[in-house]
Every structure is written in C-alpha cells, then in structure tokens.
Design a protein around this ligand. Sequence first.
Ligand SMILES: Cc1cc2nc3c(=O)[nH]c(=O)nc-3n(C[C@H](O)[C@H](O)[C@H](O)COP(=O)(O)O)c2cc1C
Length: 283
Amino acid sequence: MRVCIVYFSQTGNTQKIAQAIQKQMAKAAEDCTLLRLEEADPAVFSNYDLVGFGLPAFYFREPINVTHFFNDLPDQDPAGRPKPFFFFVTHGGTPGDVYSRIDRLAASRGLETLGFFQCLGVDTYPPFADRKPLTAYGHPDQIDLLQAQTFAIDIIHRAGAYLDRGELKKPQIPGNWIARTVAGFFSEQKIRMRMRQHLLPAKNILPEKCTQCGLCVENCPQGIISLNPYPVIDESSCIACYHCHRICPAGAIDCDWRVFKLMAGEYLRPRSKETSPDQIHYI
Ligand SMILES: Cc1cc2nc3c(=O)[nH]c(=O)nc-3n(C[C@H](O)[C@H](O)[C@H](O)COP(=O)(O)O)c2cc1C
C-alpha cells in the first residue's frame, strides 16, 4: 500500500503528529510520503492508495488555504470507489466544526474518511500569547504522540480491509448539533469577512522597525508578502493566520488586538504571575 500525508503546520503541533503517524505507517506500508502543504501539488494524491491530511483548527474550522487545497484536488474517485482517506487535527480546545467540514470536503473530492485523530496543540494565536500558561500548554505531549501512532496502525488495518474487501466502518463525527450550528454560522463566508473587517486587527507595517530580513515573506503560507522595500501584503488572499505578525523579530508588523481581546473576554481572565517557559516553536 502506498500512503501520502499532506499537512499544514505553523508552530509545529500538527507537524509532530504528522511525523508520528508517518513513522508508524512507514513500518507497515510500502511507502509513506509526508509533504508540507506548501510543497504539495493537489494532483499528488492521485498516485497513492491511501491519503491523509493534517491541519490545525483556525476560527472553528479549517484554514482557508486547506479549503483551497481540497477544492483544487482532482476527483479521486474516477473508478467509482472513493479513495480511502484519514485526517488529523490539532486545536487549542475549541475545534468547532472542523471535523465535519473536512469530512464533507473530502467526500466532495471522492475520498472516503476511514477515521480521524484529534488532540490539543499549544495555542500561540497572538491575542492569547500572553496567557500564563498558554492554552493547551505542553501539547501535543508524549501521550498524544503515542495515541497518534495507535491511530496510524488502526488506519492501516482499516485501509487494508477497505481496499481488499470493501469493508468500511464510518467514523462518528464528534460535536453536538448546537456546537456545529454555531460554528457553521461563523464559518459562513459573509460573516467571516465581516468578522475580519470589524473584529480582527489590520496589520500595520512599521518601516522604522523593519529590518527587511524577509522572514515574513518566506513564512507566509499564502506567499502573498513581498518586500517593496518594506513588507506589502496582498490582503485579498490573506488567511488571517497572523503568522507574519507573530514571527517578526523586530515587531515591525503591528496589530492592535484590544477589540478582539475585549470581545473574547480576555480582560476578564484571571491573571497569573507565573511565567511559562519558552515554548513557542516556529517551523
Ligand atoms: C489564526 C488561528 C486561529 C485559531 N483558531 C482556533 C480555533 O478556532 N479553535 C481552536 O481550538 N484553536 C484555534 N487555534 C489554535 C491552533 O489550532 C492550535 O494551536 C494548533 O495546534 C496549531 O497548529 P500548528 O502548531 O501545527 O500550526 C488557532 C490558531 C491560529 C493561529
């Protein structure tokens, strides 16, 4: 069996799970290829028997670059039987509607979800970055990684049964209908765009601080930042990950999070004097 896993990860949580799954699957499969989303051509899945996708939850759903990957995926079901598929998600504790959305996106491209894995991943989303401890601090931990490996073995068995004998046990997608409806509401394109306009801050480039190091250009998942001579962002394709703002070593991409923090009740959170050890890892 040939397996391909594509994943999107900015702070390494999903990458750790992807690597644990790949390591385990490589022992049982003929080949298990692991690709970052940025280097994966949507056509790549066509060459494999079993395919998987790893992602973080963003705004109660999948990041928009992930939606685009699935939308661009050629139909994986030309012969009439959907290709076996699995996915995994890391999140800060409120994944919202992400599971059923990925299941639906996959089904629309001729992929059959055999199972999915989810676990917490430390949340360094900028407005929450001064929480002590950070949300989901310490995750994914050793137990998460072991569970991911167990999941990998299970998926290999399920894929074998599906490919050889057509056996399929549909997984239960978690969440109750209220959570799904609320999350679905926030996933609506128009509402999301309004949220972007009114709730999420603009990115202000501060030329006096910018050293033109190019880190934001290299690490933008959409490839929409150029230096001219300071960063210029094509906001029309921005996925609002704020990774450029988060990683700028000079603090030259400035965002005012006060409105967002107010709406999120951030100022009502009890403040701890403890400090978290440095735990932010950028990939
Ligand atoms: C822009 C953004 C939005 C996020 N939205 C959510 C969310 O709605 N729910 C949640 O549980 N976690 C959310 N998170 C936290 C991430 O899902 C979590 O930290 C994930 O493990 C990050 O994965 P990575 O390290 O592979 O990039 C968000 C993080 C970012 C950067």
